[in-house]
Design a protein around this ligand. Structure first.
Ligand code: ADP
Ligand code: MG
Length: 608
């Protein structure tokens, strides 16, 4: 007797539903996507008890006539594709024809819909996949779907639902995602009869982000200057340097209007941010990619969360290039215009047990091998005496923000880009004043950034200078490492290594990069090759050298406790401002922090 039987339709539907509908948030996603595909301009979503008891989605889209409404509940019934060929160029969010029947098979389901031309609407009730009634209804044009008692007939799945709050927060995340993905659609979100948010149709994505996420986050974002690269348009907003999260929760990615999770885009983001991101941190993004639908396969996952790209390298490179460019355009946020303190102190003399000693050569120039070959002749410090001194306290709109009863300061920056150096705190933090308030610069982090960019420039052009070894070394490596080194010989050379094959998986090392300090180059080179090899999978060759440089500069940059003189401080700041990414060190930590007047006022209790 045969062991194999065909499952009853009902069970088969439940099995299939399990793939698409994981939790209330999946129902919300599928229903909103249907509303968007139906051209809705307003979508209202209400849930009760985390969506486990009620989910209702109402739209003003094209609606359905009676026949379509009935068909929409059949498995694999869709208005969105007609043939297998259409699968290769999907323009809509849905295409599988599975969501409505799946939802209806695991809930008490009500569909009420009316097309705009229709004189009357249709209401269909389904319980656990069984049609209960079909009748005429008198709703407004559009579609309403009500899903009650989700998974009531699938106890195994219902048991896996988390607490009401958790499920509600998943729903809320989904709602937010969809609202951000479709700014021109108005959204109303209700939870247990209270309003979660209401987002009127927005003119721009920026308006929608500000509406939903608040101005505080919005101000930390940079708008991408949209460009088409390799046939891919990358648009949206990304976090400024230093704005990141410890999870991917704020990493919102859309491909052709569809919210996706995708490793290729994530690699592109990481590469684009590169040194602007701390280890273990994720960028904040509202990234929108548009490309030919034929270049992307959306038929990968039943819940349509994942996509595959025909040319993943193109996508990764376009994302990386766009991110990098956007971050770099922000470098003029604080431009380079510094003012000396009112009284420029003499270089300090250090007192050792009552004796005055000369502080010795300035510390920055002690790192002479990294001499920062920047031409800063164009830089003008305005001498103090030519500057008229205002009487009022500084402010955001010219000079009246603090409505201060403070003693009149003797300095008021004339533009938002001007700084006055106040001094150095704890031999580490350079204190400056600008129009917004206090600015603190970490001298070590700042110098790391400067050295890093300088070395990187060298690596990209003539190559980093090599320090010849007195006695060449030979190092035996594994055949795999040997092959890797042979393929990447050019990059290693640009990084300052002088290596030669010596036969039999042995290398001869004649020179190492000047910035490289090691007692045993052969051990260091083996470690380096290990590290680099694991990196090359997902990063471009130049980027791989950057990581090595980033590590090396940390050892060479001026440290906390290295006392800097006034001209050195000025030069450091000027060089920092000339960097491509001045706001973070090569490890992604901030180089400078602004503490605004309003923050100071809050701390002093002058303002709540
Ligand atoms: P898919 O979206 O993959 O086509 P669904 O099961 O989600 O499959 O929906 C089936 C069909 O029902 C859709 O193709 C569409 O024609 C119709 N439909 C679903 N929801 C709506 C809606 N809100 N407004 C108008 N038509 C809808
Ligand atoms: Mg659908």
């Amino acid at each position: 007797m045969g062991r194999i039987v065909l499952l009853p339709d009902e069970v088969a539907s439940q099995v299939a539903a399990g793939e698409v509908i994981e939790r209330p948030a999946s129902v919300v996603k599928e229903l909103i996507e249907n509303s968007i595909d139906a051209g809705a301009s307003r979508i209202e979503v209400a849930i009760a008890r985390g969506g486990a008891t009620v989910i209702r989605v109402v739209d003003d889209g094209i609606g359905m006539d009676r026949d379509d409404a009935l068909l929409s509940l059949e498995r694999h019934a869709t208005s969105k594709i007609r043939s297998g060929d259409d699968l290769a160029r999907i323009h809509t969010l849905g295409f599988r024809g599975e969501a409505l029947p799946s939802i209806a098979s695991v809930s008490r389901f009500r569909l009420s819909t009316r097309s705009h031309e229709g004189l009357e609407g249709t209401e269909i009730l389904v319980n656990g996949g069984k049609m209960v009634s079909v009748r005429v209804s008198g709703e407004a044009p559009g579609t309403q779907v009500e899903v009650r008692s989700l998974f009531y007939n699938l106890p195994a799945r219902r048991k896996f639902l988390r607490s009401e709050t958790t499920e509600a927060s998943h729903v809320q995340h989904q709602l937010c995602l969809q609202a951000i993905g479709h700014p021109n659609v108005g959204f109303v979100a209700i939870r247990d009869q209270s309003l979660l948010f209401q987002a009127p149709p927005a003119k721009t994505l920026g308006d929608r982000i500000r509406d939903l996420r608040g101005s505080e986050l919005f101000e930390q974002l940079l708008e991408i200057q949209t460009e088409v690269l390799n046939g891919i348009t990358v648009a949206g907003f990304i976090g400024k340097v230093g704005v990141s999260r410890s999870t991917k929760a704020e990493q919102i990615l859309f491909v052709n209007g569809r919210s996706v999770e995708n490793i290729t885009i994530q690699h592109g983001l990481r590469e684009g941010y590169h040194t602007a991101l701390m280890k273990g941190q994720y960028p904040v993004t509202f990234l929108f990619l548009e490309m030919d639908p034929e270049a992307v396969d959306v038929n990968v996952h039943p819940a349509k969360r994942e996509v595959r790209f025909r040319e993943p390298d193109n996508v990764r490179n376009s994302v990386a290039a766009t991110i990098r460019k956007t971050l770099e355009t922000d470098r003029r946020r604080w431009t380079h215009s510094f003012q000396k303190p009112v009284q420029t102190p003499e270089p300090p003399k250090t007192s050792v047990r009552g004796q005055t000693v000369d502080p010795g050569p300035p510390l920055i120039s002690s790192a002479e091998q990294f001499a920062l070959r920047r031409d800063w002749a164009d830089f003008h410090l305005r001498p103090d005496h030519v500057r008229p001194r205002p009487i009022e306290a500084p402010s955001s709109s010219k000079c009246d923000q603090t409505a201060g009863h403070l003693p009149a300061p003797n300095y008021c920056p004339e533009t938002p880009n001007e700084f006055k150096i106040l001094g150095v705190l704890g031999k580490l933090y350079i204190l400056m004043e600008n129009q917004q308030g206090l600015v603190l610069v970490d001298q070590h982090a700042a110098h790391e950034r400067i050295l890093f960019e300088n070395l990187r420039r060298q690596m990209e052009s003539e190559g980093v200078p090599t320090q010849r070894l007195l006695l060449p070394l030979t190092v035996a490596v594994t055949p795999k490492d040997y092959d890797w080194i042979a393929t990447n010989a050019q990059t290693l050379e640009k990084m300052g290594f002088a290596l030669e094959p010596f036969g039999n998986s042995t290398l001869k090392i004649d020179g190492i990069p000047q910035y490289f300090r090691t007692d045993d180059p052969s051990v260091t080179i083996r470690q380096l090759v290990d590290e680099l090899r694991s990196m090359t999978m997902n990063t471009s060759r130049l980027r791989m050298g950057e990581d090595v440089i980033a590590k090396a500069v940390c050892r060479h940059a001026i440290k906390a406790n290295d006392e800097l003189h006034q001209p050195e401080v000025e030069k450091l700041l000027r060089d920092l401002m000339d960097c491509e990414l001045p706001y973070c060190c090569p490890h992604g930590r901030p180089t400078m922090i602004q503490i605004g007047y309003s923050e100071l006022e809050k701390k002093f209790g002058r303002k709540t």
